[in-house]
Ligand binder design. Structure first.
Ligand SMILES: [Zn+2]
Length: 256
């Protein structure tokens, strides 16, 4: 067993754990996503509603202004009645007054209708705002949960990186550089075990001669397919549940 290979395996294990942590920190949980979406929808709804209320209010103001002018016109038309001598002229003016009154009544009704609409919209707005409050506090709750989860992960990562530094110190720098470069290029895996002819980095079979040599374990070897550093698994890794876990995380990382 070569000590530096052993250290590299340890380093690889740490690096995979760090990678896993980084991935978890980037994955926003479904529960948070869901409430975020609800919040966004509510914001949009409220915005639309506000817009609608503003429009109705503007319309109402306009009608009121028009009505004011029409009242004024009615007043002046009515005052002209006294000065009129001819019957026909008088009749015409009376008809005009009736027309103005009729239009004004319509406008008053429209204003009333608008007021009612605005009132209903305001009620709806109030309801949405209450809903928004609830959603916002739920959102904060979920966010806090995720934040503290991430804080814990960061702490774990920090500890792993400290441990990594210690392990890395014990590896010859040229070997370490090779591993780092491979890890960078090969999806986080720089060194992989070979078991039953198969490189677990790329899942391809290595030639029998190399497989035999690998078992002698007296130099550094690389996979002819993926170029990763390789080692004979049975020498370095005892099959137990712990290593099974390592294997599955290795698989997970190489798939991504
Ligand atoms: Zn390979």
């Amino acid at each position: 067993m070569q000590e530096e290979i052993l250290k590299l395996i340890e380093l690889q294990k740490i690096d995979l754990e760090v990678l896993k942590i980084e991935k978890s920190m980037q994955e926003i949980p479904q529960s948070l996503k869901k409430v975020q979406k609800e919040k966004d929808q509510l914001i949009q709804k409220l915005e639309d509603l506000n817009h609608l209320v503003e429009e109705k209010k503007k319309q109402k103001d306009l009608f009121e202004e028009e009505l004011k002018q029409e009242y004024q016109r009615l007043k002046s038309t009515q005052s002209r009645l006294i000065h009129i001598r001819g019957t026909r002229e008088y009749q015409l003016l009376l008809r005009e007054i009736e027309e103005i009154k009729k239009t004004n009544k319509q406008k008053e009704e429209e204003i009333l209708k608008l007021m009612e609409e605005i009132e209903n919209l305001e009620k709806e707005k109030e309801k949405l705002e209450k809903e928004m409050e609830k959603t916002e506090s739920l959102f904060q709750e979920e966010k806090q949960k995720f934040d503290s989860f991430c804080a814990k992960l960061s702490e774990n990562k920090e500890n792993l990186l400290k441990k990594r530094e210690e392990v890395a110190k014990k590896i010859p720098s040229n070997l370490l550089r090779k591993y780092e470069a491979l890890k960078q290029k090969k999806g986080g895996i720089g060194i992989a075990p070979v078991d039953n002819y198969v490189c677990e980095g790329c899942h391809m079979a290595i030639p029998p001669q190399l497989y035999n040599e690998l078992q002698r374990d007296n130099r550094y070897y690389e996979c002819p397919h993926c170029k990763r550093l390789i080692y004979y698994k049975k020498i370095y890794i005892q099959e137990d549940s712990n290593q099974e876990e390592n294997k599955s995380s290795l698989k997970e990382a190489s798939l991504s």
